[in-house]
Design a protein around this ligand. Structure first.
Ligand code: PLP
Length: 431
């Protein structure tokens, strides 16, 4: 029953000759779990097929965008239509207006929306805007929250709680990192301490309203309260990074789900329906600072490109016409319950965090609310779980600290398949 992966192995060797680590984004290399990454040949609905023809039930969904499943007919048709009209003009098009209108329909607080080409660009641009608008230089981010790979955001906590951060990647100047203060998610007191010390210098606080990038962490009401209250009190902007959660947790994402009132919002992933897109938006008074209206510069050759706009528009229209959020919640609840039962039967302590169609099984006793609690998980057990599932045709994210996603293409058959694979994997983990 072991999958043959000869072709993936050959391709991985070949890839490493021409691409650093053989991949174009690090997590794809399976470093956290070991083994050979599957090279994917095609996808349809809830499934991927690798280069050896193995069918995989997909719980990654391209790391978030594929909420409608792969190759949804409405999205494919919209891209084909756009394709027949030319690829990119470097001039404004009607689809950009229609997509911005759709975003505003879901997020009424975003008066103006600017499209870029990735989530990284969205957060990077939102931070520049916050700095331009407030005239302040420092920003606050949270440990274990990921906002893309801009210099200011690849920063970890410094030596003491109340100091600037240090680079978490080579190549990020210390001078940049010092302007990024790193606080702990779900720990309001630490945030308050930072504001007491640096409040007048802080341009913005950026956060994942549900964390996906440390595994799923769910914000506590007191933490959300502190974010709003402290940013208001000290005149800093609050930036909700909805790149992962936007249009996934509800039509209006986590902002709608939790009734948040951020000053700026960042989107990506689902907004591009599987093609490269990011966006940021907020109140007119702030967004009017962006060029060409204002002094904050930001531009892009392929920004708002017709194919991405068409894919995003078809995705949002499909989601809005027949909102799938209750169905996704029902699938998620059944998956979570099934996993709880199987792990309990196996006598293996886990903490399952889930919001809608984002889920993480932490291999440790719960609750897991903070980054410190998340990283204390048993990653060896996670590895065995991951490979046990993969061998049985279920493609879970290859890291304990990544959220799993499912889509509207996941139904009762996929649920059964998943739970059956988990049951078997727990009895007889892969070697
Ligand atoms: N923000 C969040 C919350 C993300 O999860 C990601 C990517 O995973 C990003 C920003 C960066 O987006 P991109 O990979 O499109 O640059």
């Amino acid at each position: 029953m072991r999958h043959s992966i000869t072709r993936s192995e050959e391709l991985f060797k070949e890839a490493q000759q021409v691409i650093p680590g053989g991949v174009n984004s690090p997590v794809r290399a399976f470093k956290a779990v070991g083994g050979t990454p599957r090279f994917i040949a095609r996808a349809q609905g809830a499934y991927l097929w690798d280069a050896d023809g193995n069918q995989l039930l997909d719980y990654i969904g391209s790391w978030g965008p594929m909420i409608l499943g792969h190759n949804h007919p409405a999205v494919v048709a919209a891209i084909q239509q756009a394709l027949s009209e030319g690829l990119s003009y470097g001039a404004p098009t009607e689809r950009e207006i229609r997509l911005a209108q759709r975003v505003r329909e879901a997020y009424p607080s975003a008066d103006l929306v600017r499209f870029v080409s990735s989530g990284t660009e969205a957060t990077m641009s939102a931070l520049r805007l916050a700095r331009g608008y407030t005239g302040r230089d420092r920003i606050v981010k949270f440990r274990g929250n990921y906002h893309g790979h801009a210099d200011s955001l690849l920063v970890q906590a410094g030596s003491g709680l109340l100091t600037g951060g240090t680079p978490s990647s080579a190549g990020v100047p210390q001078a940049f990192a010092e302007l990024t203060l790193v606080a702990d998610y779900n720990e309001p007191q630490a945030l308050e301490d930072l504001f007491q010390r640096y409040g007048e210098e802080i341009a913005a606080v950026i956060f994942e309203p549900v964390v996906g990038n440390a595994g799923v962490l769910i914000p506590t009401p007191t933490f959300l309260e502190a974010l709003h209250h402290l940013t208001r009190r000290y005149g800093a902007l609050l930036i909700a990074d909805e790149v992962m959660t936007g249009f996934r947790l509800a039509k209006g994402g986590a902002v709608e789900l939790f009734g948040l009132k951020p000053d700026l919002i960042c989107w990506g992933k689902i907004l591009g329906g599987g093609l490269p897109v990011g966006a940021y938006g907020g109140r007119a008074e702030i967004m009017q600072q962006v060029a060409p209206l204002g002094p904050v510069y930001q531009a892009g050759t392929l920004s708002g490109n017709p194919l991405s706009m068409a894919a995003g528009l078809a995705t949002l229209e499909t989601l809005f016409q027949d909102p799938p959020y209750e169905r996704l919640e029902a699938y998620g609840a059944a998956l979570e319950q099934g996993l709880q039962t199987l792990f309990a039967e196996a006598g293996l302590p886990v903490a399952i965090n889930r919001v809608g169609s984002m889920i993480t099984v932490f291999f440790r006793e719960g609750p897991v609310q903070t980054y410190t609690e998340a990283v204390a998980s048993d990653t060896e057990r996670f590895k065995a779980f991951f490979h046990g599932l993969l061998q049985r045709g279920v493609y879970w994210p290859p890291s304990q600290f990544e959220a799993a996603f499912f889509s509207t293409a996941h139904g009762p058959e996929e649920l059964d398949k998943t739970l059956e694979a988990v049951a078997q994997a727990l009895k007889e983990p892969a070697a």
